[in-house]
Design a protein around this ligand. Sequence first.
Ligand SMILES: [Zn+2]
Length: 449
Amino acid sequence: MEDIIDGMKDNGARFCDIRREKWEVSHLIMKDGGIERMASGVEEGAMIRVLYGNGWGCVGTSALDRLSEAADRALGMAKQNDGSKSEKTGLGDVKAIQESVEMPMKRDFRDIDVEEKLSFMKELYGKLQEPHVKSVDIHYRDSFVEKEILNSDGTHVFMNIPRILGYVIVTGKGKTIQKATEGFGAVAGYEGIENAHTKAEAVLKRLKDLLDAENAPGGKMPLIMDNHLTGVFVHEAFGHAAEADLVSSGSSCLEGRLGEMVADESVTIVDDPTFKGYGSFPFDDEGTKARRRVLVDSGELNDYILNRESAWKLDLEPNGGARAEDFRVKPIVRMSNTLMMPGDMKMEELLEQVDRGIYAKSTSGGQVDPTQGTFQFNAQVAYLIENGEITTPLKDVSFSGFTLETLKNIKGLTDEMKTGVGHCGKGQSAPVTDGGPQTLISDVTVGGR
Ligand SMILES: [Zn+2]
């Protein structure tokens, strides 16, 4: 790999890197107690990137024995792109590092046979058998990835990342048909699914409440988001707008606002790959050392999520925000573990402030527009708040607004934090965690779906 890097440099490359990956993956799906899918495999490959002039060439290949041919193709592609491009580009400086990190596993899931994984799923399925449950899907996935990144600036890093994920979808039937979902996972070994049973209890309770739920009122009112929904809000409505590729291309409502108050002063938002979550990594996919990024510091916009190219464009320091789904694709700017930091209030103190409002839990989808800075979320289940008390369960609650206005309307944050796991889509899939405290917002537009 070093010879290939040297060869590309000798042929005029301004910059080049090679990211070699080996994936060991196991994937199981159980539907109503029967095995629906069982797949496992090992895959290897590499992505070569070359910057020539102002043109990029990126080639992914699984033919590791023919890497130098792939390098020639990448260089040719970069030369062509340089010729057809007038816009200048560059890479923000990062310190070259030579390091190796293995993220720990207590129980290596590669040593656990499929029968044990299936019996875990069967047991979980058993736990989800209640009269109100009509159908249960359980997904299990573990992946062990080994990465080596080498670049023409002298960086050479190795890392091992084990990831484990599970989620359940339960469907129930009462007067209507309703669905509730819950996920669990971590950068960890098989021990990462230990909390699956508590998640099963939560999803059953949510489904039960949904089946008994009434239609939601509409209008402007205070709303409390639970921890999970706070996490989704922070990731979707704020986090995507803080991705520097959107900022540098003029597609983010946060463009040009560094140093401005964009939220209430009680609000601090971080994106932290060093936090123990499902989106953790020691180095990003450009080989930049991972670090905690304080995006909003006590209400003030403090940083964006940056890869090397967007950092160059915005004249900021790269902060390890480049991630790729696998060796077939080039890294782009992505979140990792995105968190709203807790406040200092108890849930009772949030509720005391609400005469009539909504307590919204978890999400079943929605839409955001990071350019306009608008969002719309559907709560999985919600409850009416009357005179500071949580009362009737509500279904089909959706709420919407302007992200920055909503962040300024935050009136209280509880003093604890919970996180959820998921995969973020942005052309490529990335494992992420999001989370935060329970959050009281004044004046939210609430409507039926
Ligand atoms: Zn996302």
